[in-house]
Design a protein around this ligand. Structure first.
Ligand code: ADP
Ligand code: MG
Length: 484
């Protein structure tokens, strides 16, 4: 996106920091549970509450999840990394510091490919991924004058995934978040649920004159919790900065909050710097040293990820790049499609049915595909009936609607309702004769050269047979009888 200002054209520069909660039953340095929505302070060990003398013990599984994520992002895995203390005071941080990784993160540079709606792709740099602990939560809405603290989240493992300032529009930022979320979900390393806070995003935004190579001063918009809000916040913030600069002001590097109700960003605090946090290596923890073979084993066991699956769908199922991107965006969706398309003469038919008819029903009923009223095998059964000419595509839509309603399978519905396509030449000829006899005027017109009327004739014959005649045969017989 470019912004046309009074003094010229401006370019947006965006870098995102995503906090992704590691999918793990236990916390990063304690054995406490991590179930979402539990009663406050029921999942807190002495370590999480920072009782004196309690020592952190690294959770091997969380490290594995972070390394898998790094591998999924095609990133360098650092065989030696360090846990640091990031010191600050807040009521929901009982230790007075967060254990994080600063100078030596577990994962270094990687990449992520964006699939844009226009079919283009763009590669965005990943700067790093590090492991850190979440803080507790201050509850300000429980009492008129008091704030309560819930430590259930305290110590939960987070991966902070930092992008290079490579994004240039709210749409690219949205595509980045969606793609990152898809990769995390394919890997099973984060559930990607933004409403429940398991994925949170800080957006760094600056503007510069188009063509300029230098970066402008950025503002960081903290903790935005939906893709749509991130996009809105970036758009608002970029326009604010352009107006400010064009009116002679300068952008102050600061932390801002997005007010989703008003659609604006507001200053929260001036930017803190690394030295404010007095980072130092946590003396309670040894350096994290990974075995190269162990990492190689994780790499070999990675599941097929969206980009590879997309290429395979394009190649094996002859899908367009766009259709393939849509279908692989969710793992469950891709698996559903593949179950329907597998072994089919015309896999494109499966793609069309999943993306139009099925998605329409899921949208209307606000269901995700795992809870689809029509399972993959049932849809495959319906498509079999189209492919072997038992029913027409037209009738199939009615059958599908009935499948959604009743949960019955396609063959049973076709049988019960007598919807089998008429492929008996005699019956179709009779229907064609009836239409020709009743429409002498149109017959004359078509014979006189108005051939586009054929569509109308086909329509009449289909109507006469309750939509059950095989459309190809109707066409053929009509042309023969009309002599065109
Ligand atoms: P901090 O830890 O202070 O937030 P980082 O250097 O780690 O700072 O940068 C954080 C994020 O800000 C990264 O995603 C990076 O790409 C982005 N970023 C850095 N400079 C700019 C800039 N001038 N405009 C937009 N984004 C930027
Ligand atoms: Mg930051």
């Amino acid at each position: 996106m470019l912004i046309d200002g009074k003094t010229g054209t401006w370019e947006l520069v965006i870098g995102l920091e995503v906090h992704a909660q590691v999918t793990s039953k236990a916390k990063l340095f304690s054995g406490a549970d991590t179930v979402f929505g539990a009663e406050p302070n029921t999942q807190v060990s002495f370590v999480d509450a920072a009782f004196p003398g309690m020592l952190p013990v690294i959770n091997r599984f969380c490290v594995e999840q972070a390394v898998k994520t790094g591998l999924g992002l095609g990133a360098e895995i650092n065989l030696v990394s360090i846990f640091d203390r990031k010191n600050y005071f807040y009521a929901d941080l009982p230790a007075g510091y967060q254990i994080s990784q600063y100078t030596r993160p577990v994962v270094g540079k990687g990449t992520l490919v964006l699939d844009m709606p226009d079919g283009q792709s763009r590669t965005v740099g990943i700067t790093r991924l590090h492991l850190e602990q979440d803080a507790g939560k201050s509850l300000h809405d429980q009492h008129p004058t008091k704030t309560y603290v819930d430590l259930n989240r305290s110590g939960v493992a987070l991966m902070e995934i930092v992008s290079e300032p490579d994004l240039r529009s709210p749409e690219e930022a949205g595509a980045y978040l969606k793609k990152l979320r898809a990769i995390l979900r394919y890997l099973g390393t984060c559930d990607g649920n933004m409403e429940e806070g398991s994925m949170r995003c800080d957006a760094n935004v600056s503007v510069r004159k188009q063509g300029s190579k230098e970066l402008g001063t950025r503002c960081e918009i903290k903790n935005v919790n939906s893709v749509r809000f991130v996009m809105q916040a970036i758009e608002y913030e970029a326009n604010r900065q352009v107006e400010l600069i064009e009116e002679g002001g300068t952008v102050q590097q600061e932390t801002r909050l997005f007010d989703s109700g008003k659609g604006v960003t507001r200053s929260m605090r001036s930017k803190e710097h690394a030295h404010d946090y007095r980072y130092f290596p946590d003396p309670d923890l040894l350096p994290l040293v990974l075995d190269e073979k162990w990492v190689a084993g994780l790499k070999a066991a990675l599941p097929e990820l969206p980009d590879t699956k997309r290429e395979r769908f394009i190649k094996d199922f002859k899908l367009s790049p766009y259709d393939a991107s849509v279908l692989v965006a969710e793992k469950e969706q891709a698996e559903y499609f593949e179950a329907v398309a597998q072994g089919r003469k015309d896999p494109k038919l499966a793609a069309n049915w999943v993306m139009s008819e099925l998605f329409a029903v899921l949208n209307r009923q606000n269901l995700d595909i795992a809870r689809s009223p029509v399972k993959a095998t049932a849809l495959a059964g319906l498509l079999d009936l189209i492919e072997n000419n038992t029913i027409s595509g037209r009738i199939a839509k009615d059958v599908f609607a009935e499948m959604v309603e009743s949960g019955k399978d396609a063959a049973a519905i076709v049988e019960q309702k007598g919807l089998k396509q008429v492929t008996d030449t005699g019956a179709i000829e009779k229907a064609v004769d009836d239409v020709i006899a009743a429409n002498a005027d149109k017959v004359e017109q078509i014979k006189a050269g108005k051939v586009q009327l054929i569509g109308w004739f086909v329509g009449q014959v289909m109507k006469g047979t309750g939509g059950k005649a095989n459309p190809g045969m109707v066409n053929e017989i009509l042309k023969k009888k009309l002599g065109i």
